[in-house]
Design a protein around this ligand. Structure first.
Ligand SMILES: [Zn+2]
Length: 117
């Protein structure tokens, strides 16, 4: 991958990471303990809390992937599949700049056939 492409990928990753951390910091999960909400209210609140937690988990995970991708750029390893070490399709990287694996290895990951470290 050319240096100018790498630079724009890096910018894209950093911008994406900023968006995610803003989202994550907005997810304030604290519940005011001084309130005594009725059970229905509480159930709704717990539900949305779970949804928010699930979302946060995804987003936190993505931040990790983005950080890894930035490290790979710094180490000159970007664009290489972390499993088979083949080059990841540039179109895939364009759509998913933080991709760790090539498409075939990603399929293995999704079927739990690959041990992720
Ligand atoms: Zn691969």
């Amino acid at each position: 991958m050319s240096q100018s492409n790498l630079n724009s990928t890096k910018e894209k990753l950093i911008a994406e990471r900023e968006t995610l951390s803003r989202k994550l910091s907005r997810n304030d999960l604290s519940v005011d303990a001084s309130e005594t909400p009725d059970p229905v209210d509480l159930a709704v609140r717990n539900y949305s809390k779970n949804v928010m937690l699930a979302v946060s988990e995804n987003e936190s995970r993505q931040v990790v992937l983005i950080n890894e991708a930035l490290t790979r750029i710094a180490d000159d390893e970007y664009g290489t599949c972390q499993n088979c070490e083949k080059e990841i399709n540039p179109k895939r990287l364009d759509a998913v700049p933080w991709a760790r694996y090539c498409l075939s290895c990603q399929e293995l990951v999704e079927q739990n056939l690959l041990d992720e470290d």
